[in-house]
Design a protein around this ligand. Sequence first.
Ligand code: GUN
Length: 301
Amino acid sequence: MSAQIIDGKALARQLRIGFRQRVEQLKARGVAPGLAVILVGDNPASRVYVGNKIKACEECGVRSLHLGLAADVSQAEVLRTIEQLNQDDSIHGILIQLPLPPHIQLARVLEAISVHKDVDGFHLYNVGALVSGNSIFPPCTPYGVQLLLDTTGIDVAGKNAVVVGASNIVGKPMGLMLLQREATVTICHAKTRDLAQHTILADILIVAAGKPGLIVPQMVKEGAIVIDVGINRLPDGRIVGDVCFEAVKEKASWITPVPGGVGPMTVTMLIENTLRSAERAFKTAGEAAFQAWEAPTVKSP
Ligand code: GUN
């Protein structure tokens, strides 16, 4: 039987309706949520991704600030830009689009972003929080995958979850999130021997390798849930994932399409994290104001 399709586009659309209401509630309290997106250089794929993020902000009523820096900008200038945004109370989320040019140290830049505005969830503090199971800003792609899995109604606890790809952006945080939900997790990567030996055991198979056609039906367990994170442009211009969709859907129970699966959810979770940041900032400001107001009465006899 053919798999049921997990429709990321529809879920993203539904979530964004709720976001608009949250934006209105924040605005009514005097907070206009704002996201700053920094793009260094002019990598064409990055330009498209940044464009999608700005468009999603517009759709949800979130103010966006797009900062384009030249490919040869100094690291010091990038750090100065981030510091200004850290200090800017009208900005609740800061994102620097990756990859960065090789002369810029990624770790240095990611650590410069305030943990309170780290809506990508890439700062070491947020990575550590993910490890301990208390993350504030889960990284957007695995966060989106988690919600897509939720739509199937299947509990991941006790299931064999196999993640193909061990990147810091997707594979590693995805593995941690699944572990947090008590799945038995295997993370495969470029050096994994006999990939099929692992994938065939997967009740939940998440593929983020960036290799079109990597996953064929012989590698998939009958009835598995298959989530395809890959976005690959073929020479003929078509966009495909890492999974041979048409063939694998005959074996899986649930599957995400590409496009229209994980992609729209990644951008949607970025908006979710930005709104959460604005809501946290409002709460913190409220608490600070309350404490400031309360202090004199505590001191009075
Ligand atoms: N490049 C590819 N994916 C991402 C992402 O999720 N965030 C950022 N900042 N850059 C990326």
